[in-house]
Design a protein around this ligand. Sequence first.
Ligand code: T4K
Length: 405
Amino acid sequence: MSTAKFAPPTGPSRSRKRLECASDLAVNGAPPAFSEPLHVGRPNIGNRSYFMELIGGMLDRCWLSNDGPLVQEFEARVGQHLGVEHVVATCNGTIALEIAIRALGLSGEVIVPSYTFVATAHAVHWQGLTPVFADIDPATHCLDPDSVRSLITPRTSGVLGVHLWGRSAPIEELESLCAARGLGLVFDAAHAFGVSHRNRSIGNFGNCEVFSFHATKFLNSLEGGAITTNDAALAQKMRLMRNFGFAGYDNVIHPGTNGKMVEACAAMGIANLAAIDAILAANADNYRAYARGLAGIPGLKLLAHDDRERSNRQYIVVEVEPEFGCSRDRIIAALHAENVLARRYFWPGCHRMQPYRDLFPWADAHLPHTNTVAERVVVLPTGMAVGDEEIGIICKILTLLHDNR
Ligand code: T4K
């Protein structure tokens, strides 16, 4: 591996404006705090020269896809990192979810949270199955096992839980519920690479777990995903499905799709995995800076992480409570005016998005916590492109908004 210095991407340039009174806010006509947009999901780019070296090797070999050596190396490294036996790398997390659903033979209805990125629900629907939306626990933002239990019908074949914001879903409750009812259990771990649950890495639970390595993810492979499992037969089936069901030249033994990760993506994944400690440290520093900056602002609650577990802190999630004095959407508008492109993930909940709101208009009635949480979450910028200075400015903007509500 190259020893070139790890080089984080440069952050957005700031205008040095005062932030002392209401008239200093961009919503009140002042210039924005940042001259360039400050994004929530700016990609973390690890060791550039190592990445270029891997790309050079790929070009020299003239092997670009189809289970190449970089994909195999990436799978091995991910497996080692997570302590899981089988890793099937894919072109993205959504296709990985679809392959997992197919490989487990799920049919009829699959219970999913509504409060998640829409890919979770789409992966079920796209397979011709019915996503049944369960409510979340408002304290964790993950599936509420009681809500899941109440939605099981004779048509239910599985549960697709999500480790939202990189905090683990109620794993034991869902595992015992699914075991008792003979249901498949997949975890959407798109947010949870590098996270532990009871000191075991996420990636080892349920029948299988699915990661996303999209550009905006804590660990990115440009685009990419992976399914992890300790079930050898399931892994073998998913490998076949990922490559049109081919078992050698001209020998198709299973229905399948094209879910392959390409070599360039694996190169990015390998280079970023080599820089994972620096990325984790940046996220942890940013989290602490937000915790300090938001501590004195009434009505803004920073989502907490269990300090006994490993956490990637890839999302800075803040809940806006009534004491803040103005709505979440006014905060978003004010931040956008300052060029801080905060997001209201995962508003309004999948059940209120097309096509689900027309397909399941009754779902709204049993999703009270989803509806409340979706109205009060703001996600703020973090990652290697953001540091103490930017976070200090964002917190100052939020303080001014509160003081002049
Ligand atoms: N399950 C869950 C729970 C997920 O959160 C996701 C994906 C999936 C499944 C599916 O995995 P993939 O099939 O995507 O592997 C983004 C991502 O596209 C998506 O991967 C992610 N979750 C979701 C939470 O966020 P958008 O629509 O918010 O993306 P976009 O284009 O607005 O980008 C987010 C921010 O990042 C923007 O502020 C711009 C910035 N950005 C983006 C890209 C692509 C950059 O600075 N550079 C870039 O290259 O969905």
